[in-house]
Design a protein around this ligand. Structure first.
Ligand SMILES: C[S@@+](CC[C@H](N)C(=O)[O-])C[C@H]1O[C@@H](n2cnc3c(N)ncnc32)[C@H](O)[C@@H]1O
Length: 309
């Protein structure tokens, strides 16, 4: 493990000087061992350890979910790299399971889960989370980590939250907030906030919607019938690599006026990224119970033992 990371210690990013190795030294050694099994990547314009940094951020967030060994978790919006799936699978242990629901992106999912040694704990399922093929209360916990942004509209968010609360007594939501506490977080937000418009122009539909304030997420959970039992903000201070879109992608926009406007804004955001790097904005963390039954509320607050498999 040490050998794999030794070469990465000198990687520097604007605005972020801590090495990955020193970050790893601060996490549970068993999770550090999982990360060390995942090979470095060779992705265009991304550092080779971007996936490891992102998984570390998800792990930091999921440490707040109170996931215990043996928990049966439904994950919504797993994405093509299993970024939150791997930390979740680590946390549920040998006897737990993660059913990872994803509508369309699977490219690196299985390989990453297997590289991490988590293949036996993860069951991938391609479906739309608005209609989950499970009976009520199949799971102990339904989680969506940095996935609300992809749910394309508030109406869909409410539908998905309602469905998550049907299949589990407890819902864990974590999503970046539209808040910048330093220039690297501002740089991230400036670049990220172009994505909704760019995708609408290029793909014909919105994706990566602007982050919602915490109160907005609370309102949507309530609309879905949830009772919010915990609400907090976590600032991990970890670098973020995934907001960037290449300039050539913006150049695909057909409408001249829109393209020029977005290219100008892209230049400004890119300048900020080059100067300050990008950092995860503070993350809003919400835990909601599906009913006001005392047993469910206690379960969600982590005061009771999960039902198990
Ligand atoms: C931002 S991405 C990946 C988030 C990932 N959990 C992480 O930690 O980075 C969110 C994913 O949600 C998926 N998604 C969007 N709407 C969905 C739906 N209705 N049902 C299932 N998956 C959906 C998208 O395809 C996308 O891959």
């Amino acid at each position: 493990m040490v050998r794999l990371w030794a070469g990465l210690c000198t990687l520097t990013r604007p605005g972020f000087t801590d090495s990955f190795e020193s970050q790893l030294g601060q996490v549970d050694p068993s999770f550090a061992a999982v990360l060390s099994k995942i090979p470095l990547r060779d992705d265009h314009q991304l550092p080779p350890d971007w996936l490891h940094w992102e998984m570390l951020e998800r792990y930091r967030v999921l440490e707040r979910a109170g996931v215990e060994a043996g928990t049966r978790v439904l994950e919504v919006g797993a994405g093509g790299h299993a970024i939150a799936t791997v930390p979740l699978a680590h946390l549920v242990g040998e006897s737990g399971r993660v059913v990872a629901v994803e509508r369309e992106r699977w490219t690196f999912f299985q390989q990453t889960v297997e590289d991490a040694g988590m293949g036996g704990r993860v069951l991938p399922m391609a479906c739309d989370a608005r209609r989950l093929p499970f009976p009520s209360e199949t799971f102990n916990l339904a989680a969506c980590v940095h996935g609300v942004r992809s749910l394309r509209s508030e109406a869909i968010m409410v539908e998905v939250f309602r469905e998550m609360l049907r299949v589990a007594p407890c819902l864990f939501l974590a999503e970046s907030l539209p808040v910048a506490r330093n220039k690297a977080q501002l740089a991230h937000l400036e670049m990220y906030n172009l994505r909704e418009e760019i995708f609408e122009q290029v793909l014909g539909h919105k994706d990566d919607l602007h982050y919602k304030p915490l109160e907005g997420l609370v309102d949507l959970l309530k609309e879905a019938g949830g009772t919010v039992v915990e609400s907090r903000v976590l600032d991990t201070g970890l670098p973020h690599f995934l907001a960037f879109l290449p300039r050539e992608y913006v150049e695909r926009i057909q409408d001249d006026t829109v393209r020029m406007d977005l290219l100008n804004r892209w230049e400004k955001a890119n300048w900020l990224l080059e100067r300050h790097g990008a950092e995860h904005p503070p993350v809003g963390i919400l835990v909601a119970a599906g009913s006001t039954k005392n047993s469910d509320l206690l379960l969600c607050r982590g005061d009771s033992t999960p039902k198990g498999l």
